[in-house]
Design a protein around this ligand. Structure first.
Ligand SMILES: CC(C)(COP(=O)(O)OP(=O)(O)OC[C@H]1O[C@@H](n2cnc3c(N)ncnc32)[C@H](O)[C@@H]1OP(=O)(O)O)[C@@H](O)C(=O)NCCC(=O)NCCS
Length: 140
């Protein structure tokens, strides 16, 4: 493996990003949609093996107080090799001093606890599709 990390949306193969998201069971959408939301994010991280994207994550942030960690995903054949930790560490490095919120897929909570994330007692979310999020086990 020739692993490298980038914080740049320039030259990203958005069809591959879409493929990885679908492969790990995360939100659908066209490549152009993912390009738009990654390019509008304040922090992006892409992990490459040679020239191919194998994982990524992003965050939106006000730059000083609050931020939200989103779309952390690693291609299944690259999981368990420390790439997920690399992605989250790298994003958190850019969010120093901010409260960082996230909503984990059920079963992923322990992955985030290792970085110091703790369950919120009063966390609430106004989702566009609450029924789907309820089915996924994300809201009550
Ligand atoms: C969650 C995910 C990003 C982790 O990436 P990864 O590259 O496999 O993670 P790493 O190899 O860096 O694993 C780091 C550690 O987390 C642990 N870990 C990974 N997934 C875990 C989980 N679901 N629960 C608890 N621990 C987990 C690993 O065992 C490893 O621990 P160790 O170093 O003590 O052995 C990856 O499994 C993934 O893309 N999953 C599908 C998409 C997803 O659910 N993303 C998160 C959205 S909330």
């Amino acid at each position: 493996m020739q692993i490298r990390i980038s914080h740049d949306c320039e030259g990203i193969d958005w069809a591959r990003v879409t493929y990885i998201l679908e492969t790990v069971g995360m939100t659908g959408g066209e490549p152009e949609f993912h390009q738009s939301i990654f390019e509008s994010s304040d922090v992006v991280v892409f992990v490459f093996d040679a020239d191919e994207v194998v994982g990524f994550g992003r965050a939106i942030s006000d730059g000083g107080k609050n931020a939200c960690l989103l779309d952390v995903a690693v291609l299944p054949e690259y999981q368990g090799k420390g790439i997920g930790i690399m992605i989250v560490d790298s994003i958190l490095d850019h969010l120093k001093g901010c409260n960082v919120l996230l909503f984990a897929n059920p079963g992923r909570e322990a992955f985030y606890e290792r970085f110091g994330f703790r369950k919120m007692k009063t966390g609430m979310a106004l989702f566009v599709d609450p029924e789907a999020m309820e089915k996924r086990g994300i809201i009550e």
